[in-house]
Design a protein around this ligand. Structure first.
Ligand code: DC
Length: 216
């Protein structure tokens, strides 16, 4: 029987690193739904559609296809894996993700992916909406300061020139938006296990998650 492990939490909590490691340990597929919202933002932004222009967004998303190939993110066949990690795209993704047509489209794609195979899926609304009946649910978080510090290091390594305080501010604004939007806001799903990674390293978090999984 296939099963789903849902990992939700705010930006920069380490969800994708942890989810990828958990999936590799279990030999199952990893799906990064944040990458899908990021790719959708790139798509809509290229068409210069305003984040509040619901009509145009609804029309445009019918031409949008987002798939994964060996962990590369493909937007209508184009590899946008690098592009979606740019700092500006974080803000755009958080803004466009409040739109109902964007959410409907991506939720449907995500549910389709979990139909036949076991998955680790990370995002904001996986345990609370996309896979409400997921066998396992986790809520992974860390303090805003620690998340900003991790993000700062990551962007520096990638050669992006950005100030720490700007990142911290962006993280707080994004938390606020992701937690307070009308549709499927970020919240801890019923039955989710809370994991706070502020004072635990990556291996420790992976261990904590795996200790809850029967199939390990
Ligand atoms: O996890 P991330 O930082 O790559 O996600 C980018 C944005 O996408 C995030 O700010 C909110 C949105 N998102 C969402 O609304 N629902 C998800 N399941 C995943 C991401």
């Amino acid at each position: 029987m296939s099963y789903v492990i849902a990992i939700d939490g705010p930006g920069g909590a380490g969800k994708s690193t942890i989810a990828r490691l958990v999936a590799a340990k279990l030999g199952i597929t990893y799906v990064d739904t944040g990458a899908m919202y990021r790719a959708a933002a790139v798509f809509l932004n290229r068409r210069k559609i305003d984040k509040d222009d619901d009509k145009s967004i609804e029309k445009a998303v019918s031409d949008m296809d987002i798939t994964f190939s060996n962990e590369r993110v493909l937007l209508n066949g184009e590899d946008v894996s690098k592009k979606i990690r740019e700092n500006d795209v974080s803000k755009m993704a958080s803004e466009y993700s409040a739109n109902p047509a964007v959410r409907d489209k991506l939720t449907a794609l995500q549910r389709q992916m979990g139909k036949t195979v076991s998955l680790v899926m990370d995002g904001r609304d996986i345990g609370s909406n996309v896979f409400k009946d997921a066998k396992y649910k986790f809520y992974l978080t860390a303090s805003p300061e620690i998340r900003a510090e991790r993000r700062y290091k990551e962007l520096k390594e990638r050669g992006e020139d950005i100030e720490f305080n700007k990142i911290l501010e962006d993280i707080k604004t994004r938390d606020e938006r992701d937690m307070n939007r009308k549709l499927n806001p970020l919240k801890m799903a019923d039955g989710a296990v809370l994991v706070d990674s502020t004072d635990i390293n990556i291996d420790g978090v992976v261990e904590e998650i795996l200790s809850n999984i029967e199939e390990r």
